[in-house]
Design a binder for this molecule. Structure first.
Ligand code: MN3
Length: 238
């Protein structure tokens, strides 16, 4: 197996939260400029924030945005690249215990990279609402937009410890679904494609909201970019 094949296979094994990089979905995401998470060699890259650090003030403060993007998301990207290198090294040395360790690390770091990359694009500084196909899908699955909001907010606020509330499109049931993800990779559904993600790790809110995670989640609902969610839904359904 050459390096490229190795990387491709590792992505499939380790990155259960995303489809292989040659899938239609990944191509679409990349061509649309939404999520380009790897370079031509398969190394993980972090895109620039789609706005300035103070863009989401006062709902998300600039200092939190800077620290979150630079060190938490950035750290995950570095971690994922290291994990890939360590898997390769361990494979070269036939050290399968070590492969197991780094494969789990890759799942954690790569999932973090995916979720953070989606998170930034899910936010904007003006009020938007779901419309068109997305609204139809929401009403079919959850009854109404208000019910979806209540469900997703509750799910996000009640994550045990660190994690994410996630609205996803599940191709295996052709429906929208909500997941309460712990850390970055646990309690998700295989195959589900995240459309809207709410980061409820303490690093996402503690400077401004202290222990009031609920207030942070409520504030985030003021700045959700439903046009971005709708675009993701359209791509995911193709
Ligand atoms: Mn985070």
């Amino acid at each position: 197996m050459d390096r490229k094949d190795f990387i491709k296979n590792s992505l499939i094994i380790g990155g259960a939260a995303i489809l292989p990089t040659n899938s239609m979905l990944a191509q679409n995401m990349s061509e649309n400029g939404i999520d380009k998470l790897v370079d031509a060699n398969g190394n993980f890259i972090q895109q620039a924030l789609p706005y300035s650090e103070n863009f989401l003030e006062p709902n998300m403060d600039a200092e939190t945005m800077y620290l979150h993007y630079t060190f938490h998301h950035g750290g995950a990207v570095k971690g994922a690249n290291k994990d890939m290198q360590m898997i390769k090294k361990a494979m070269d040395e036939n050290n399968f215990e070590s492969v197991d360790f780094w494969t789990k690390k890759l799942s954690y770091h790569f999932s973090s990279h995916i979720l953070h990359s989606i998170f930034w694009t899910n936010l904007t500084n003006k009020k938007t609402d779901p419309s068109g196909e997305l609204l139809k899908g929401i009403e079919k699955q959850f009854g109404s937009y208000d019910k979806l909001k209540a469900y997703l907010a509750n799910t996000s606020k009640n994550v045990d410890g660190a994690g994410w509330g996630i609205l996803a499109y599940q191709p295996y049931s052709d429906s929208l679904t909500i997941m309460q993800c712990e850390n970055h990779e646990k309690l998700t559904q295989t195959g589900a494609i995240p459309l809207l993600v709410i980061d409820v790790w303490e690093h996402a809110y503690y400077l401004k909201y202290k222990n009031k995670r609920g207030d942070f989640v409520d504030a985030l609902f003021n700045v959700i970019n439903w046009d971005n969610v709708a675009q993701r839904y359209d791509i995911a359904k193709k």
